[in-house]
Ligand binder design. Sequence first.
Ligand SMILES: CC(C)(COP(=O)(O)OP(=O)(O)OC[C@H]1O[C@@H](n2cnc3c(N)ncnc32)[C@H](O)[C@@H]1OP(=O)(O)O)[C@@H](O)C(=O)NCCC(=O)NCCS
Length: 159
Amino acid sequence: MREILGNDFEFLLEMMSDPEVMRYYPKPSTAKEVHELIDRMRTCYRRDGFGLWLVVHREAGYPLGRVGLVRQQVNGVDEVEVGYMIHRPFWRQGLATETATAVRDYAFRDLRLPRVISLIRPENAASRGVARKLGMEVRGRWQHAGLEHLVFAVDPPPA
Ligand SMILES: CC(C)(COP(=O)(O)OP(=O)(O)OC[C@H]1O[C@@H](n2cnc3c(N)ncnc32)[C@H](O)[C@@H]1OP(=O)(O)O)[C@@H](O)C(=O)NCCC(=O)NCCS
C-alpha cells in the first residue's frame, strides 16, 4: 500500500464509477468527486499521517483498490474507520482481508488507537465478511451519507 497520487485518478475513476463496486454507496462517483477524494486524501496524509492508501500488486505494481483509515464522527464521538474497496476484477482473492488486517494492526500497534470501526450497510454481505475476519462485531447503528449503517468495531488485543 502507498499514498494516493494525482495520477492514480484514472484507476480510481474506473473503480469508483463502476455501479457494481458502488452498489452500497449512494451512487457511483463522478470525475469531480474522484478529484475531490484525491485532494482530501492528500490533506489527510499531511494532517493525520494516515488516510486511504492505494493497494498495488506487490510485484507488478498495478493498482487493485484502496484501503486505509478515515476519520468519522459517529454519534458525536470521533472514531477512525478502516475503509476498504477492491476493484471488481480482483474480488474474492483475500485482498481486502489481507490489507485491512495490516491497516487494523498498524492502527493499534503504531497509532495506539483505542479501537477502530467500520460503517457497513446491513445488506453488504461482502463487507460484513471482511469485518468478521477483522474480529469486528456490531456495536450499534448509524445514519451515514443518508443511509442506515451498522457500526462494526474491534478493540486492540490485550497487551
Ligand atoms: C467488500 C470488498 C472490499 C471485499 O473485498 P475482497 O477482497 O473480495 O474480500 P476478501 O476476498 O478478503 O473476502 C473476505 C470475506 O468476505 C466475505 N465475502 C467477500 N465477498 C463476498 C461476496 N461477494 N458475497 C458474500 N461474502 C463475501 C467472505 O466471507 C470472504 O471470506 P472467504 O472468501 O474466505 O469466504 C469488495 O467486495 C468491495 O470492494 N466491494 C465494494 C466496496 C464496498 O462495499 N466496500 C465496503 C464498504 S463498507
